[in-house]
Design a protein around this ligand. Structure first.
Ligand SMILES: NC(=O)c1ccc[n+]([C@@H]2O[C@H](COP(=O)([O-])OP(=O)(O)OC[C@H]3O[C@@H](n4cnc5c(N)ncnc54)[C@H](OP(=O)(O)O)[C@@H]3O)[C@@H](O)[C@H]2O)c1
Length: 273
């Protein structure tokens, strides 16, 4: 029997989705984390366990974050819905004094600036993780090290044709992190490119980013560093299940109340040294 008084109380927005349901099933097995509410429009009013076929998940599903947090206070709000509602969900959760984990992709740097300022105002932690998979956490770290030594790189973002947001949260986070090392150098500046300049990709935070959206991809991210007569390629490929995201999500829930303000990337709460 879970001792709810010492357990971290979580509201999971997107609990019926592909990624959120994997996290919900994992939480059902834990003593130290308890789901106290869930958010999904389609299943509002139902019990999460009835929808996911897991009787251990006894919390109610609400149509909106505001309704869920008003009905059931929580320690941590977990955002795993869609980019169009993610920022407003996060700001609502902060107003309700919850710490926040953001798994949803598609938020911009200016969205994060607003979220950072709200997290300071309400003295809560926000941990935004573009990709919870360990191999992506390592890709980000290795890329930061490589960028210190190699001044030129380009990033390729692969996802399915059905993914609406571009680039992926993984690649947004990678470009954001590399911008803190330095901008990638271009031998031919973009405005001196002859032909169709868009074929050189988009300039994001000092990196050239190319997004591919085709059937059969899940999420892959590749960064190529080039020097005269040598190249280094670092690449992550997801499989088709949401399993790789579960352990990182649980770690984020356990760590997000240990700081105030916005942190981006799972390694910000991990010791990778
Ligand atoms: N950070 C990571 O490691 C990671 C890993 C996987 C996915 N993601 C990202 O996480 C997000 C979710 O991905 P997914 O594949 O799980 O999507 P999904 O299967 O479509 O699930 C989306 C979930 O959000 C709910 N939802 C959507 N719009 C909503 C709204 N307006 N109000 C309330 N609930 C809403 C859906 O329920 P209803 O439709 O019933 O409302 C559903 O429960 C995406 O942005 C994806 O890129 C990130």
């Amino acid at each position: 029997m879970t001792n709810i008084s010492s357990s971290i109380r979580v509201c999971l927005a997107g609990a019926t989705g592909w990624a959120g349901s994997a996290v919900a099933h994992a939480i059902a097995q834990l003593e130290d984390i308890t789901l106290v509410s869930a958010v999904s429009r389609t299943h509002a009013g139902k019990i999460l366990g009835d929808v996911l076929g897991d009787p251990r998940l006894t919390c109610r599903i609400y149509a909106t974050t505001e309704e869920a947090l008003t009905a059931q206070p929580c320690d941590v709000f977990f955002e795993f819905t869609k980019p169009d509602v993610a920022k407003s969900n996060v700001l609502t959760a902060l107003e309700h004094k919850a710490h926040v984990v953001v798994g949803t992709s598609g938020l911009t740097d200016s969205d994060y600036a607003e979220i950072a300022s709200a997290s300071e105002k309400y003295q809560r932690g926000v941990l935004a993780v573009g990709n919870f998979a360990l191999t992506v956490v390592l890709l980000q770290k290795f890329a930061e090290i490589a960028a210190k030594f190699i001044p030129q790189w380009e990033i390729i973002d692969y996802a399915s044709d059905a993914k609406k947001d571009s680039p992926s949260g993984t690649v947004r986070e990678l470009a954001n992190r590399l911008s803190k090392v330095r901008p990638s150098e271009l031998t031919i500046p973009l405005d001196k490119t002859q032909g169709v300049v868009e074929t050189r990709g988009a300039r994001m935070n000092g990196s050239q980013v190319h997004a591919i959206r085709l059937p059969s991809y899940v999420i892959s991210a590749e960064i190529i560093f080039g020097m005269p007569d040598q190249k280094l390629t670092i690449r992550h490929d997801s499989g088709t299940s949401a399993e790789p995201y579960v352990d990182g999500s649980l770690l984020a829930i356990r760590k997000v109340n240990t700081f105030v303000g916005l942190r981006r990337g799972l390694d910000s709460v991990l010791d990778l040294s």
